[in-house]
Design a protein around this ligand. Structure first.
Ligand code: PMP
Length: 374
């Protein structure tokens, strides 16, 4: 009897659906007959790329016929200085998604389970099921909680057992924007059995108010099972260059490096990331813009009677009070791309990236037009 390809893929992979990317903006413009479209759908930096990185790209004089430095020596040196950490505790990834995937390959597999929250980042179930691990979804906090739809760390403990390989938590979390108090994360790390690897996903950390940010660097000394992930995609405006990294114990970094493709980060990505790290002015400007615009945007949404989840990220998720996919489609025709959250089991919520003032004004105008039309 011959097996079909479908039968040959294991059950975890059969349970997944391929990611459906949005159409390229130029194609959409032509199709919709619009002269401009703004994209507020992927939590990208509305100010563009860190100018230091753009300059480094323009002035790049390296050799692209050679493979990249597979160890990312220079970038790791800079990151080590930035985080006051040994380079041997850093793992570079093709975006932080790569670090999530590598973590799953090392610490998950058949017979193991991954634990994460309801309304958590879509990549966690993908990387876990891709290696045929069980996924355990922890119910999120209720709609009336102080942090509605946020992670319920107490409930996480009920889902952890001897076979738990990895727990994924994100603070701030995507797609909710909710965050965890540092003391709560610390108590959770203390309570977890030592065999469980914890990924603390800090893709949006820089957008948090300073007094809310955890000192996760200090935790790395105390919890050898902790992996903190960071990215150049958001605050540095380098999503297209694909550079992220993990900070962990040297033991965990060593395991991850055993399965990492040697050239997973490109020469250009490494080069631009090094330059971007020095661009303090851009980082400050990006944080400042986001903080001001996030508050203004939330106030505008609330003034329209739309309730927003609390956010410390660079996006706001709000309840439209109606199915959000048709609303998203109507806004698209107005030239504004946002993110409906039906695939996250939030069919009446939209997620909008916080843009610059003019982006947000255009988003609000489009929202008003389509809601008035009803
Ligand atoms: N974690 C979270 C919570 C995210 O929202 C994202 C980006 N959407 C990532 C990780 C991955 O980002 P990247 O691979 O671009 O570093």
């Amino acid at each position: 009897m011959s097996l079909t390809l479908t039968d040959q893929a294991h059950a975890g992979i059969r349970s997944l659906h391929a990611y459906e990317p949005g159409k390229p903006i130029e194609d959409l413009k032509r199709e919709l007959g619009l002269s401009s479209i703004i994209k507020l759908a992927s939590n990208e930096n509305p100010l563009g790329t860190a100018p230091a990185a753009t300059r480094a790209l323009a002035e790049f004089a390296g050799e692209l016929h050679r493979y990249p430095d597979g160890n990312g020596f220079a970038l790791k040196q800079k990151l080590a200085a930035r985080h006051a950490i040994e380079p041997g505790r850093i793992t570079l990834g093709n975006g932080s998604n790569d670090v999530l995937e590598l973590t799953a390959r090392v610490f998950l597999g058949p017979g193991k389970n991954a634990v994460f929250s309801e309304y958590a980042f879509a990549v966690y179930p993908i990387v876990a099921r891709a290696v045929n691990a069980e996924t355990r979804v922890v119910p999120a906090l209720g709609a009336s909680a102080e942090m509605p739809r946020g992670h319920d760390l107490d409930a996480f403990m009920d889902h952890v057992d001897d076979n738990t390989g990895v727990v994924f938590i994100a603070s701030p979390n995507n797609p909710t924007g909710t965050w965890l108090a540092p003391a709560a994360i610390e108590a959770f790390l203390d309570a977890l059995p030592a065999h469980v690897v914890v990924v603390l996903d800090e893709a949006y950390l820089e957008y948090q108010d300073r007094d809310q940010r955890p000192d996760s660097r200090a935790w790395l000394e105390r919890y050898p099972n902790l992996i903190v992930t960071r990215t150049f995609s958001k605050i540095y405006g380098m999503a297209g260059l694909r550079v992220g990294y993990g900070l962990s114990s040297p033991e965990v970094a060593d395991y991850i490096n055993r399965v990492r493709q040697p050239f997973n980060v490109s020469t250009i990505g490494l080069h631009c990331a090094e330059a971007a790290l020095d661009d303090k002015a851009f980082i400050d400007r990006s944080i400042g813009t986001n903080t001001v615009q996030r508050a203004a945007l939330a106030a505008e949404l609330q003034a329209r009677g739309l309730s927003c989840l609390p956010s410390q990220a660079n996006f706001i998720t709000f309840d439209c009070g109606e199915a959000s996919t048709p609303l998203f489609q109507a806004m698209l025709r107005e030239g504004v791309i946002v993110r409906p959250l039906a695939s996250y089991d939030m069919p009446e919520h939209l997620r909008v990236t916080v843009g610059a003032a003019e982006d947000n004004a255009r988003f609000l105008a489009a929202l008003d037009v389509v809601r008035d039309r009803g």
